[in-house]
Design a protein around this ligand. Structure first.
Ligand code: PLP
Length: 389
C-alpha cells in the first residue's frame, strides 16, 4: 500500500478497523460520528434495515449502555439519558405538550421545574394548573378536557411529603392523560413509578443514580413507544448526555442498590436520633410514623431514602448556627452522593420565596435539609449532635 503523508497516518492509523479488546467495561466511545463502508450501508441505515450508529447526538454506544442499565432499574422497555435533569424535563415536556394543552402540575415540585413550566411553557400557550398535595389526593376533579399531562414528584423537597402515586396515575390513565413522576428523591431502588402505573419516570441522574456528586445528568424511562417520541425531540433539541458522563454514570449505577441500602439505613438512624432530641422542633422523614404521609410512603416505597429535614428554634439564625458548626456533613446544595451534604432551604431551593409561598410549601426558616451520605453512621450522628450545640 502506498505510504501516505504523516498527518493522514496520524489521523487514520488504527482507527479504521474496529479493535476487539474484550474489556470488562464498555469503553468511552469519544467520537461524534461513525464510519460507513459504502453508500449502500448509508441507505440501509436510513431505511432502518441496518442497525448501526450514525452520529453521537442521536446515539452513542457508551450512552446506550447507560440507558439500558437505567431501563433495567426502572423495569422499563426503554430509557434515555440527558445532559442534566432539567434537560430531561424540558425535552419531555416539549415532546408531549402543544399550544392549547394544559399541564396539571404538583405545586410542590423542584424549583427549576416550577420555573420551567410557569415561566417558559406558558410562553408557548401551554396552560399550567398547579395543585397542592391535598388537592392531588382527589385527582379526578383536577383533570379537565384540555389536560394533556400530569407532572408529580414524591417525596418532595424539603418536607419529603408523599403523594399517592398510583391514585394519580389511575385517574390520569382513565382520562387519557399522560402521567410523569420525578423520582429523583426516592431512586428506583426505593420506588418504582412504572409499576405504580405512571407512564414516564424522570430523574435527575446528578443525584442518587450517579451518586458521587461528579456527574450532571438526567434520565427518562417508559414504554418504547413513548420513548421513541422523546428520542426524536432529543435529537432535535440536542440535550444528549456526553459519553464521558455516561461512562461515569454507568459506573455509579453498578453500586446503586448497595449505596441506597446504606443511605436508607443511615438516614433512618439519623432521623430517629433527631426525633428524640429536645433541641429539634420537628423531623421530616417519610420512614417515621410522625410524618404526615408515612402510610402512603410505606405503601409505595420499599425504603425511605437518604434525605432528612429537621427544624430548630430561632428561625434562620438558629438554623445558620447549626449549619455553620457541621464538621463531617458538608455545607453544599444538591443530594444523593457519597458525601453527606447540608443545606438551608430558605437560602437555596426556596430563596426569595414570600411568606405565603413558603407557607404553602410547608417550608420554615429554621429548617435544615441533610442528604445522608455513606460515611460511618456513628460519625454522622455525632456530627448532628455536636452541631445542635
Ligand atoms: N428534580 C429534582 C427533584 C431535583 O432536586 C433536581 C435538582 O436538584 C432536578 C430535578 C434537576 O436536576 P439537574 O440539576 O440535574 O438538572
Amino acid at each position: 500500500m502506498k505510504q501516505r503523508g504523516l498527518s493522514t497516518e496520524l489521523i487514520h492509523r488504527g482507527e479504521d478497523a474496529p479493535v476487539r479488546a474484550d474489556s470488562v467495561n464498555v469503553p468511552i466511545y469519544e467520537t461524534t460520528t461513525f464510519l460507513f463502508e459504502s453508500a449502500d450501508e448509508v441507505r440501509r441505515y436510513q431505511e432502518g434495515t441496518l442497525d448501526k450508529y450514525l452520529y453521537s447526538r442521536y446515539a452513542n454506544p457508551t450512552v446506550v449502555v447507560t440507558e439500558q442499565k437505567i431501563a433495567a432499574l426502572d423495569r422499563a422497555e426503554a430509557a434515555l439519558v440527558f445532559a442534566s435533569g432539567m434537560a430531561a424535563s424540558s425535552t419531555l415536556l416539549l415532546t408531549f405538550l402543544n399550544p392549547g394543552d394544559e399541564l396539571l402540575c404538583s405545586a410542590a415540585t423542584y424549583g427549576g421545574t416550577f420555573h420551567l413550566v410557569n415561566d417558559v411553557l406558558t410562553r408557548f400557550k401551554i396552560a399550567v394548573r398547579f395543585a397542592t398535595i391535598e388537592e392531588l389526593a382527589d385527582p379526578d376533579r383536577l383533570i379537565g378536557s384540555r389536560t394533556r399531562m400530569c407532572w408529580i414528584e414524591s417525596p418532595i423537597n424539603p418536607t419529603l411529603r408523599c403523594l399517592d402515586i398510583a391514585r394519580v396515575a389511575r385517574a390520569c390513565r382513565e382520562r387519557g392523560v399522560l402521567s410523569v413522576l420525578d423520582n429523583t428523591f426516592a431512586s428506583p431502588i426505593n420506588q418504582q413509578p412504572l409499576a405504580l402505573g405512571v407512564d414516564l419516570a424522570m430523574q435527575s441522574a446528578t443525584k442518587y443514580l450517579n451518586g458521587h456528586s461528579d456527574v450532571t445528568g438526567g434520565a427518562v424511562s417508559g414504554s418504547r413507544e413513548l420513548l421513541q417520541r422523546v428520542d426524536m425531540m432529543r435529537r432535535l433539541l440536542g440535550p444528549v448526555m456526553d459519553p464521558q458522563a455516561a461512562f461515569a454514570l454507568a459506573r455509579g449505577l453498578k453500586t446503586l442498590p448497595v449505596r441506597m441500602a446504606r443511605h436508607n439505613a443511615s438516614a433512618e438512624a439519623a432521623a430517629r436520633f433527631l426525633e428524640q432530641d429536645r433541641r429539634v422542633i420537628r423531623v421530616f422523614y417519610p420512614g417515621l410514623s410522625s410524618h404526615p404521609d408515612h402510610e402512603v410512603a410505606r405503601a409505595q416505597m420499599s425504603g425511605f431514602s437518604g434525605m432528612v429535614t429537621f427544624e430548630v428554634a430561632g428561625g434562620l439564625e438558629g438554623a445558620s448556627r447549626v449549619f455553620d458548626r457541621f464538621q463531617v456533613i458538608r455545607r453544599a446544595t444538591s443530594l444523593g452522593g457519597v458525601d453527606s451534604l447540608v443545606s438551608l432551604p430558605v437560602l437555596t431551593s426556596h430563596y426569595n420565596y414570600g411568606e405565603e409561598e413558603l407557607g404553602r410549601a410547608g417550608v420554615t426558616a429554621g429548617m435544615l435539609r441533610v442528604s445522608i451520605g455513606l460515611e460511618d453512621e456513628a460519625d454522622l450522628i455525632e456530627d448532628l449532635d455536636q452541631a445542635l450545640g
